[in-house]
Design a protein around this ligand. Structure first.
Ligand code: COA
Length: 146
């Protein structure tokens, strides 16, 4: 497995995984737009040419928001999700980002456990943040080393 920056050749596989993993997926156009967005950093985990996971973020004024993280269903519980979050943290630290936040469904125990394992703390809750189905989001955050 290797983790690299998302490129145009990965975008359609990422958009397919979005559809598989989320009830409100990003479109192929939206994913493709992130490649050239100067505020965005997306990484993909590759097994050969196959995208087995991805993570997306946007940064403004030294603070980043992690917007997307998914691992293909048959690749889970293998350390890929953790490796993607850690690779994003490393890249953001390298870019001088000092804080990373994210939203997660309150029922999403696997993701919450992953973020807690990597030192994220719950800093708030957004009522009815998600649709399909409607659900609150936990806001989690982590201070990054200088
Ligand atoms: C959340 C997700 C990305 C985790 O990816 P993964 O590759 O399966 O996770 P890893 O194997 O790297 O697990 C790392 C840690 O996460 C936690 N974790 C992962 N899966 C878990 C599960 N099913 N139950 C409880 N904890 C879990 C554990 O703490 C685990 O550490 P451990 O192996 O030492 O116990 C994956 O389940 C996924 O794609 N889910 C669907 C999309 C999604 O919900 N994305 C998050 C949106 S905020």
């Amino acid at each position: 497995m290797e983790i690299v920056k998302m490129d145009l050749c990965h975008a359609s596989q990422v958009a397919e995984l979005e559809k598989q993993c989320f009830s409100d997926p990003w479109s192929l156009n939206a994913v493709t737009g992130e490649i050239t967005n100067p505020l965005s950093l997306w990484l993909v985990a590759l097994n050969g040419e196959k995208v087995i996971g991805y993570i997306g973020s946007q940064s403004v004024l030294g603070e980043a928001d992690m917007m997307n993280l998914a691992v293909c269903p048959d690749g889970r519980s293998n350390g890929v999700g953790q490796a993607l979050v850690q690779a994003l943290i490393d890249a953001l630290v390298g870019a001088g980002v000092s804080r990373l936040t994210l939203e997660v469904r309150v029922s999403n125990t696997p993701a919450i456990r992953l973020y807690e394992k990597l030192g994220f703390q719950t800093i708030g809750r957004r009522p009815n943040y998600y649709y399909h189905p409607k659900e609150d989001a936990l806001i989690m955050g982590k201070e990054l080393p200088a």
